[in-house]
Unconditional design. Structure first.
Length: 615
């Protein structure tokens, strides 16, 4: 019988046996590796929200790393979403601390762009109509802003997420990540797991009533803390077998909670604390930093918050150390996480703009054209975006990269338009006394209504209205010539001003001067700081005297003049809130007017220099 296995058949049989043994060995080795890996439970870290209290998360992460405790999944709400995203992108606790400590929070929360970034005409609005907030008339309805636009936060998030702006899922980060927001249209919790990372982070931080909500995929998103401040269930759904929650709180004497701002702040804190307490019951381990004497708005106390988080994690050492890795496994874990970290940003080959009209898209692309085919320079890009915010049309911008249909990287600019306009309305209130003893008081309300792109890109229709003891109307169309720095500005106007005639410190007459006419200016806008105009003006002057004696001379009739006006402004001459210079020069050549026997030239100048002093 054995003779049957000799020859070629026996050789084939032996090869089959060897092959089977080899496969069994591979499978056994793989099975052993799977079994070994499965011995370590997957740890999910849930980071709660709480404003500046969230800096305590940095201390928690530092303690976990020092004791070689891995994080396999991470989810956060509000500030927990920001810190969690930084860690998920591969940043170390020291790198996160360095980032947070270097932020100028006063600037970060300032809703207005720097004065120097404002377009020249927006500087005029600031000087002439300084009352805030700006009002909108979109849809012929009076609307106010939905909150502070905080454009600087949007750019900060864009900067730190730039290398990951092309990912499709947050599972592609070195640590899989989620953040929590609430859709106030449907009153539902929204777990953000894909799309633009910077947009998701901005949404989870959109404190309702303070920061403007985020429009995303048909949803209107605000801070997730109002419904899910501690996302323990989120990391569990991601696959975590052990959940660690970091629940934030502060200690504050009830007698110190006074004033509307504090009452609103602690009311929101009470709401988030309630749902946090319920979520904490589902966590396997809770780390609870308590920041005594500190509040959620103490943005400069990064070190103190970090130390509180570190101590709170140490208090749970007996529970946490059970998941500590040996040195070799820890280094392997860190190396694997580091390999997934993205540090290189490809050069964009083009620009794509979303979130605004075709006209504005073209203007934005022209402004940012220098950023194509070169490495992204965040400092210069953000300055250019601030200049665009200075146009007055936008709440802010976010930026990132995407790959187009041809697989080429392009710079993706998301424009966030102001939801309440255009047109926009700026207001002012004027009170002045006429006479040495305030014998006559003028009380006036003023407003400026501005329509944008009304006659092509960059054009404006400006309407000034004044009511009170004096009346005013101005309608001006501002039109750039062939998209250049040259412009024309025809205008019609009506104004009624009150004045008095004095003799020996005694008012002898009170009168009204009514002017109505038109002007046409040819101008050149050098930059955001200075503008020159050469124009022709013609109006009818009508002087109406009170019950006192008539004014001397001939005062009624037509006035014609030519005007040269030059304005330079690097400081707000009205509010005096920044260092710089305001200078305006007006040279007028009168050709015709009541009581003017021959033409003459008049020159006026105004000079304001401001220098704020430290408080």
């Amino acid at each position: 019988m054995l003779s049957r296995f000799r020859g070629p058949f026996r050789v084939r049989f032996l090869l089959v046996v060897i092959l089977i043994m080899f496969m069994v060995a591979i499978v056994s080795g793989t099975a052993g590796a799977i079994t070994e890996d499965s011995l370590r439970p997957k740890i999910g870290l849930a980071l709660g929200g709480g404003g500046a209290l969230g800096f305590a998360h940095i201390g928690v992460l530092r303690w976990l790393e020092e004791h070689r405790i891995p994080v396999d999944y991470i989810a956060g709400t509000s500030m927990g979403g920001l810190i969690g995203a930084c860690y998920a992108m591969g940043m170390t606790p020291d790198e996160i601390s360095y980032l947070i400590s270097g932020i100028n929070w006063d600037r970060m929360f300032n809703p207005d762009p720097p004065y120097d970034s404002l377009d020249f005409r927006r500087k005029e609005d600031r000087r002439d109509y300084p009352i805030l907030p700006e009002i909108g008339l979109r849809g012929f309805q009076v609307k106010l802003p939905d909150g502070l636009p905080v454009h600087e936060i949007g750019m900060l998030l864009s900067r730190i997420t730039l290398p990951y702006s092309t990912i499709e899922s947050f599972d592609e980060l070195p640590i899989p990540y989620r953040c929590v927001a609430v859709d106030i249209r449907s009153s539902q919790v929204v777990i953000l797991e894909d799309g633009l990372l910077a947009e998701a982070m901005r949404a989870t931080m959109a404190i309702p009533g303070v920061f403007t909500p985020v429009e995303r995929q048909g949803r209107l998103l605000v801070d997730g803390g109002i419904l899910k401040n501690l996302p323990v269930d989120v990391v569990k759904e991601m696959g975590a077998s052990i959940t660690v929650g970091v629940q934030l709180s502060s200690s504050k004497d009830r007698q110190e909670i006074t004033g509307l701002n504090n009452i609103l702040k602690y009311t929101l804190n009470t709401i988030t604390l309630d749902n946090s307490n319920r979520a904490a019951e589902a966590a396997d381990i809770i780390i609870a930093p308590v920041s005594k004497g500190l509040t959620m708005t103490d943005w400069e106390a990064v070190l103190e918050f970090t130390e509180n988080g570190y101590r709170a994690a140490a208090e749970q050492a007996d529970h946490l150390k059970a998941y500590s890795m040996d040195e070799s496994s820890w280094q392997e874990y860190l190396n694997e996480r580091q390999m997934k970290r993205r540090l290189i940003v490809p050069k964009p080959t083009g620009i794509e703009v979303i979130g605004t009209s075709a006209i504005n898209q073209k203007l934005i692309k022209e402004k940012l054209a220098s950023h194509v085919n070169r490495s992204v320079d965040p400092d210069q890009l953000e300055q250019d975006l601030r200049d665009l915010v200075g146009s007055g049309l936008y709440e802010g911008f976010r930026y990132g990269l995407k790959y187009n249909a041809f697989g080429k990287p392009v710079l993706l600019i998301t424009a966030i338009e102001k939801a309440y306009g255009p047109p926009f309305v700026n207001t002012a209130f004027l009170l002045d006394a006429d006479g040495y003893q305030a014998e006559h008081v003028n009380i006036n309300a003023r407003c400026r209504i501005t329509w944008h792109n009304i006659a092509g890109p960059g054009s404006e229709l400006r309407t000034d209205l004044g009511f009170g003891t004096e009346l005013q109307y101005l309608g001006e169309i501002y039109k750039p010539i062939f998209r250049s720095k040259w412009f024309v500005a025809p205008a019609v106007f009506f104004e009624q001003k009150n004045s008095s005639l004095f003799e020996a410190e005694k008012r002898i007459n009170h009168y009204k001067v009514i002017n109505k006419g038109f002007r046409l200016d040819l101008g050149y806008g050098f930059n955001k700081r200075c503008e020159a105009r050469l124009g022709w003006e013609s109006y009818q002057q009508d002087v109406r005297v009170g019950v006192e004696a008539d004014l001397p001379g001939d005062n009624d009739g037509e006035v014609r003049l030519a005007r040269l006006k030059y304005t330079y402004t690097s400081a707000d001459g009205a509010m005096i809130d920044n260092k710089g210079l305001f200078w305006e020069l007006n040279v007028k050549r009168y050709w015709k007017g009541p009581g003017i026997p021959e033409s003459f030239t008049q020159m006026e100048t105004e000079l304001i220099w401001t220098q704020p002093f430290p408080s």
